[in-house]
Design a protein around this ligand. Structure first.
Ligand SMILES: [Fe+2]
Length: 485
């Protein structure tokens, strides 16, 4: 525990004292562009590309209780070019954001309130605001801002951050789209799923290298589930049926409540990339929940799947607070975990690769679906709200780990791997993270050597503003920008 009180949790009556609206979480009100940034150290000339991070940043207060996940999507980006850097932040212009902007006030309630009366929701009839606030994925020259409850992906220009509009993949996307699609950079394909509260509960699809949806199929589930992520290998896609399920009684009463069913196994659907749902092979494992996949690949007749596994997703509230349940659910407690699915015997072998609480994993994006050696996770702070106090580098071959801590009262973001220009080897590059200092109320960009976290920052780029603590980030290499970098 550090000694700086970043939020004060005290009994209150309404959302205005919600810790996820205060301090390092407080939404910012301005969209800015800044290119005259103070640098401590020097920005490597061989670090060229864009670091982009999404996160919730509500523009207008809503009636009722606020959940951290309710905020409007806002992307924060740093563009690195020949030893210089510039920063910009922009809201994602979703239909809901535009409607509230026209009205000049909040029109949607959040996930902790009854959505009845909200203007519109997503394709599943879920009346919540599709905020596109969760992840940002680079595909076919565009950034796709996405939402964890499944909505319409929004295409953004990776340099200007302007919202280009709903991404329909040349008019071929039907239904909704989850937060964490997977891109195979070797083939140019994108893999996604869509889930909802009514049958079919899970739909899987592929966007081909021509930018059009090339395949969709249903994957049968015994009921509605809340899958958050998926995996691909060179030949397969892997989807999940995990026993964190919606409480059906609460749902009938119009409330949204989750229940961890400890008597049910975790189940993993393995199907060929272009396979029909009838070709799924199910593998069973111990109950748990998985937010994020590290990577997956095929090896000697097995599928290896590395994830951050939550052993017990239903934390009991440990403090007295009107928002105690939300705070408990947002206390992420995960371990690096490996599954091996034997394609011959159908057996699963599973176990931890580390005991520590790390999450928001990233790898070299060129290794997605192929055997990777390194993973870079954030370290979860022992705090009452979700905060990242460092980065952990895992060598999955040797089992070794390295750590970097941001320092007292300094909280980081997901830190994707950014390959060095001309780099050789999987680990030859940098990690980039926003770090927000709660005492100074401003943020900086920290660049680390991916292979040597202990050496400390290569440089720190001081920003004139605070970047609120947020969700997922990605790195777009200059070569992916097609000469626009
Ligand atoms: Fe996520």
């Amino acid at each position: 525990m550090n000694d700086v009180a970043h939020v004060v949790l005290k009994p209150v009556e309404d959302g205005e004292e919600n810790p996820y609206l205060l301090g390092v979480y407080a939404p910012v009100v301005d969209e800015i562009s800044a290119d005259d940034l103070e640098v401590i150290g020097s920005i490597p000339a061989d670090l060229n590309g864009v670091y982009v991070r999404n996160g919730p940043n509500r523009r207008f207060p809503a009636t009722g209780r606020h959940h951290w996940f309710d905020g409007d999507g806002m992307v924060h980006a740093v563009h690195f070019e020949n030893g210089r850097a510039r920063y910009a932040n922009r809201w994602v212009r979703t239909e809901a954001f535009e409607a509230e902007s026209r009205a000049g006030r909040g029109l949607w309630t959040g996930v902790m309130e009854d959505p009845k009366g909200n203007p519109f929701g997503n394709g599943h009839g879920l009346g919540l605001k599709d905020s596109a606030n969760t992840d940002v994925t680079f595909f076919a020259g565009r950034l796709l801002a996405s939402w964890y409850l499944c909505g319409t992906p929004r295409a953004l220009d990776p340099l200007s951050l302007a919202t280009l509009g709903p991404e329909t993949f040349l008019g071929t996307l039907t239904g909704d789209f989850m937060a964490h699609p997977k891109v195979d950079e070797a083939t140019g394909e994108l893999f996604w799923f869509d889930y909802g509260p009514e049958p079919p509960y899970l739909r899987y699809g592929v966007v081909g290298a021509d930018g059009r949806v090339a395949h969709t199929t249903h994957v049968d589930l015994p009921g509605p589930r809340l899958p958050h992520d998926m995996a691909i290998t060179e030949n397969h896609a892997i989807l999940m049926d995990l026993p964190l399920i919606q409480d059906q009684e609460a749902r009938r009463q119009g409330r949204y409540k989750l229940h961890f069913e400890r008597s049910l196994p975790s189940r993993f659907a393995v199907l060929p990339r272009y396979g029909d749902g009838s070709r799924v092979r199910w593998f069973e494992a111990a109950p748990g929940y998985i937010y994020h996949v590290v990577n997956s690949w095929e090896e000697d007749g097995e599928i290896v799947l590395d994830v951050c596994r939550v052993k017990d997703p239903q934390h009991q509230p440990r403090i007295s607070h009107p928002l105690a349940r939300m705070l408990a659910y947002l206390r992420l407690d995960a371990q690096l975990w490996r599954y091996r699915f034997d394609l011959t015997t159908g057996r699963t072998v599973e176990g931890p690769r580390d005991e520590d609480n790390t999450e928001f994993p990233s790898i070299d994006s060129r290794m997605v679906g192929r055997r990777n050696r390194f993973a870079y996770n954030v370290h979860i702070a022992r705090e009452d709200t979700l905060l990242f106090d460092g980065i952990v580098r895992y060598d999955l071959h040797t089992g070794e780990r390295q750590d970097h801590r941001f320092g007292a009262g300094r909280w980081g973001s997901e830190a994707p791997f950014a390959p060095r220009d001309g780099g050789t080897g999987e680990d030859d590059g940098y990690l980039v993270s926003f770090v927000t200092d709660e005492r100074e109320n401003r943020s900086e960009v920290v660049v680390l050597h991916a292979a040597d976290l202990a050496a400390g920052p290569v440089c720190r780029i001081l920003l004139p503003v605070r970047v609120p603590v947020g969700f997922h980030a990605t790195w777009v290499r200059a070569d992916q920008l097609g000469g626009r970098g």
